[in-house]
Design a protein around this ligand. Structure first.
Ligand code: ZN
Ligand code: ZN
Length: 248
């Protein structure tokens, strides 16, 4: 598997990155996991306008799904289009939310997307074996485990600490984990992880490598987040950037 980070800014686009979007490729199949605000720009820069063969939206917060609404124009009105409906695996409210975000009350986006409702479990998408489970976040949110050819990539999506995250990340070769909060300040419960909590989850799950994401550039500190994660996890760790690639 090859992971390309298209966007990694937490909660709103940062000065150097769009919001969450991760392209995972195997056997020529390209799965886009999340499509947050601004990621349509870096999709073109790092992959190509029509790169995705399927999309997973882990939850319906803007920073994980909004550019899937912008992408309707690309698929529907391309000079060589319209393009065939793209498979989208998402929480059950996705068709209505995307249609509303697109902007017409009576509109549908089901000519552009073929929707599949996410539920906890394991299923195939292209060459990947995908397992999703509910995370500890205020709306219906799924963490994602992708397996291909004996290798494992786990993505936390947005979550506070929970057992489901540890199960999903168990023995992953690469653990892409959110670290939105700074340690040492009072953070709202049941929303996000600190760097230390991301490190603790990585250690408990026994992962091979920890990639920290979803930092909020305007409010956080990359250096303090890495330091905090390093107090709880002694394997290789770094903060991801838009455009970075990782072979899993
Ligand atoms: Zn988020
Ligand atoms: Zn969220």
């Amino acid at each position: 598997m090859r992971l390309t980070v298209l966007g990694c800014a937490g909660s709103f686009p940062g000065p150097d990155s769009p919001c969450s979007a991760y392209l995972v490729e195997a056997e020529g199949f390209r799965l886009l996991v999340d499509f947050g605000s601004g990621a349509l720009s870096t999709l073109q820069r790092y992959a190509g306008l029509h790169a995705p063969d399927a999309i997973i939206l882990t939850h319906l917060h803007c920073d994980h799904m909004l550019d899937a609404a912008s992408y309707v124009v690309v698929r529907r009105y391309a000079p060589d289009g319209p393009y065939p409906a793209l498979p989208v695996y998402a929480p059950s409210g996705a068709p209505d939310r995307l249609a509303l975000a697109y902007g017409q009350e009576d509109s549908t986006v089901e000519d552009v997307y073929q929707f599949y409702g996410l539920q906890p479990g394991t299923f195939p998408i292209g060459p990947f074996t995908v397992t999703v489970d509910r995370m500890n976040h205020p709306i219906e949110t799924y963490g994602v485990r992708l397996e291909h050819d004996g290798r494992v990539l786990c993505y936390s999506s947005d979550t506070a600490p929970c057992e489901a995250l540890l199960r999903l990340a168990q023995d992953a070769d690469l653990f892409l984990c959110e670290a939105s909060y700074l340690d040492g300040v009072e953070n709202p419960p049941d929303l996000h992880l600190t760097g230390r909590e991301a490190g603790e989850a990585a250690t408990k799950a026994g992962v091979g490598r920890l990639l920290l994401t979803h930092l909020v550039a305007a409010w956080g500190s990359e250096a303090l987040t890495v330091e905090a994660a390093g107090t709880a996890y002694d394997g290789p760790l770094e903060v991801v950037r838009a455009g970075a690639c990782y072979d899993v």
